[in-house]
Write a protein that binds this ligand. Structure first.
Ligand SMILES: Cc1ncc(COP(=O)(O)O)c(C=O)c1O
Length: 276
């Protein structure tokens, strides 16, 4: 993860695609990490880049985006509003929208997370915990697992548990109600900025997977994110708050269901750029 989050997997493929089709400059919106990755890989590919981030995005993420020569626009309001502003700019000025959420190429990159797990373990763990905001890791993971099943490499879908923020949980609420669309929520501030997505653009598709594979959606207890981050650091993993939220949710899951072993918990955001 050269820019310290899993988004590098998707951005590498997306930037390569942009280069291949002759795109000279792109716009993108992000809570920070995807913007970092797209800025870095566009820099590498010689593609101009402008990133929209919501206010409150950790300053270190913003500094890193700028360091890759991308322009940063800090947008007042929520993550969802930031996406709206970026899309309006792309539409109004005819700019290429290099969205990690919309572009199917991005998911080709995030699929490699599962390929790599299989490559290293020669098997897939029984339980996989996945942070779920816009679902770029979630969709990549499910698609890759489907491929492994279809090619006969694994016999069944593992038990997948998706993690939302307790303060922004459109999927968790939709599942409780049995809805096919994400529930309408009013996001409250959360330390798990990476999953603070109130209006996920691929919501319907994600819910289809959730129902198809019986995926459980749980929320991360906000008041345990800091202690979970410290607990991981004491085990040698200095991760960002969004990643600590996944671990906090895992600990809650074990309290409710008994100790659950053979779990894959992605440590997919490094801590140094989310100290705020
Ligand atoms: C570290 C980290 N984990 C998880 C996520 C959630 O990814 P997604 O919104 O694609 O579900 C993000 C998104 O920015 C992130 O930065």
């Amino acid at each position: 993860m050269p820019t310290l989050s899993f988004k590098d997997r998707g951005a590498a493929v997306l930037a390569a695609h942009c280069k291949a089709i002759g795109v000279n400059s792109v716009v993108q919106d992000s809570s920070g990490n995807a913007g970092n990755s797209v800025a870095a890989y566009c820099g590498r590919a010689g593609i101009g880049c402008e990133i929209f981030v919501p206010e409150g995005t950790s300053p270190k993420k913003i500094d890193m985006i700028k360091s890759h020569n991308a322009k940063v626009n800090i947008i007042p309001g929520s993550r969802d509003n930031c996406a709206d502003v970026c899309r309006a700019e792309a539409d109004a000025k005819g700019k290429y929208y290099a969205s990690h959420v919309y572009s199917p190429f991005f998911y080709e990159g995030t699929k490699t997370y599962i390929y790599e797990v299989y490559e290293q373990l020669h098997r897939i763990p029984e339980n996989i915990f996945i942070p779920l905001g816009n679902g770029t890791l979630f969709i990549g993971v499910v698609k890759a697992l489907e491929e492994l099943m279809n090619s006969g490499i694994i016999g069944k879908m593992p038990n997948i548990i998706a993690i939302q923020s307790e303060n922004c949980d459109p999927f968790a609420k939709a599942v409780i109600l049995g809805e096919r669309q994400p529930a309408a929520v009013t996001p409250k501030p959360t330390m798990a900025e990476g999953i603070a997505v109130g209006v996920p653009m691929r919501g319907e598709e994600i819910l289809e997977y959730i129902y198809k594979y019986n995926i459980e959606v749980i929320t991360a207890p906000e008041n345990r994110i800091i202690e979970s981050r410290l607990a991981l650091a004491s085990k040698g993993i200095y991760c960002e708050h969004t990643t600590a939220a996944t671990y906090a949710a895992y600990l809650k899951y074990c309290e409710l269901n008994g100790k659950t072993s053979d779990c894959l918990i992605p440590m997919c955001g490094a801590g140094l750029k989310s100290d705020h």
